[in-house]
Structures are given as C-alpha cells and as structure tokens.
Design a protein around this ligand. Structure first.
Ligand code: SF4
Length: 236
C-alpha cells in the first residue's frame, strides 16, 4: 500500500492513544465541504509514500507509538489495506481505520479478520437520498453509495471493535433536525462526534466561507441525542 500523507504523531485520531496517521489518496465521495481537495481530486500529483518506509520507521521507533490510524481520502479503496494492517499488527500496535463507509465489503473483511481495533466512520448526513446526495456530492445515479453506507453503519453497530461515528455539521447543509435524524438512525452506537465545519479551502469553493456551525445548536442536538447514544461529543 502507498500513502500520500503522514502525520507522524496525533493524540486525537485514536482515542486515548499516541498514534501515527497515514493518509491514502483518492476518494469515492465528493463532499463539498472536504478540506482535502488535492488528496481527493489529484492524488497522482502527490508523491507516493511506500508502506515499507512507514513500517521500518515504526519498527525503529516502536516505543513512541501505541497505534496506527489509516485515513484518507478513502483508505478502503486501496487493495493493499488488509495486508498493511496485518503488518502493523505484527509490530504489536493498535490499528485504527477512518472511513466514509462506501466499501462495506472491505470493512466487513477487515472486521472479520480482526485487522482493526478501532473504526471511525464519517457519516455525511441523515441516511436518506436527498440529504446524502447533497452532503456527499453524489450524482443522481449513485444511489447505491447510500445503500453501501447503510450497510457499513449496520456492520459497525454489530461489531465488537471500538467505533466512533462522526458527522461534520456544515451551515446551510445540515439543520438541527438533520443532525437529530442522523443520531436517531445511529441509535445503538456507543459514540458519536458532532464536528463543526471550519471555514477554509474546500472542494466546493462556495463553501469555503460558509462559517462555523453554531456551537449552541450542536450542544442542544448532543443533549437530545444522548437519549439514543450514550456518548455524544461536540467538537466545535
Ligand atoms: S470529506 Fe468526503 S470527499 Fe473528502 S476525503 Fe472525506 S469522504 Fe472523501
């Protein structure tokens, strides 16, 4: 597997652990609020980082880390993902996967083989076509993507691996009702993070100046959502 970016140390990507974070290129979605346009639209323009380089660094610096998180882009698009996770596991490190849930077949295989201890799934909007189409930047003919996302949610609601669902709330794209509807659909999950959109360069330039999402709305949604999900965190 090759990567397009590497954050050597993160204290937030794997809860409670010191992690190194790797970014795979390419993505199956086109979220208008995406901050990673280069990684999504033109990964071939970014130099490759080979997994051997990462693994030999980790072997040499094993004592500095507790976990490795593979993020993107969308890492489940890479055929080498299971093999890489297996090699990370043989170093005795925990493994985390950040995914948009568009490849439930890969997610299922990785979970069944116990190749990850932690999954963070970005859910873009309530699980209905109009909302998902807008938030994930999908074409009209791509309804099967939502089916796959729903399949991934169902898998993650059943797994014994540690799971966090995440939703980035964007002004003009998500109402409080949308966020509540999503939280209801995720009932049974152990953890949901409501993240406020931050203005900056985005895939759809019109959203670059959308402003942050009102924190008080996120807090009110979180309060209600705790009726269905025990741990709902606001990241403003
Ligand atoms: S925000 Fe959307 S387009 Fe960007 S990497 Fe994540 S899933 Fe892909």
């Amino acid at each position: 597997m090759t990567f397009k970016g590497w954050q050597k140390t993160s204290l937030i990507e794997y809860p409670g652990k010191v992690a190194t974070v790797l970014f795979a290129g390419g993505c199956s979605l086109r979220c208008p609020f995406c901050y990673n346009a280069a990684l999504v639209l033109a990964p071939e323009a970014i130099p490759d980082l080979a997994e051997e380089v990462v693994l030999s660094y980790l072997a040499e610096n094993r004592r500095l880390y507790q976990a490795v998180v593979v993020s993107g882009g969308e890492p489940t698009l890479a055929p080498g993902l299971p093999g890489f996770l297996e090699r990370v596991g043989s170093l005795g490190l925990l493994r985390g996967l950040a995914t948009n849930g568009s490849r439930p077949d890969v997610l299922r295989a990785v979970l069944e083989r116990a190749l990850v201890e932690y999954v963070a799934m970005d859910v873009k909007a309530p699980l209905n076509w109009e909302a998902y189409r807008a938030a994930a930047g999908l074409e009209e003919g791509a309804r099967q993507v939502l089916d796959r996302v729903e399949e991934s949610v169902a898998l993650l609601l059943r797994t014994t691996a540690r799971v966090e669902f995440r939703c980035t709330a964007v002004p003009g794209l998500h109402s409080a009702q949308d966020l509540l509807a999503l939280a209801r659909q995720l009932a049974g999950a152990r953890r949901l993070a409501l993240q406020s959109f931050r203005p900056g360069p985005t895939l759809a330039p019109a959203l670059s100046s959308a402003g942050t999402y009102p924190e008080e709305i996120l807090r009110a949604v979180a309060e209600q959502a705790r009726g269905w999900i025990p741990c709902v965190e606001v990241r403003a």
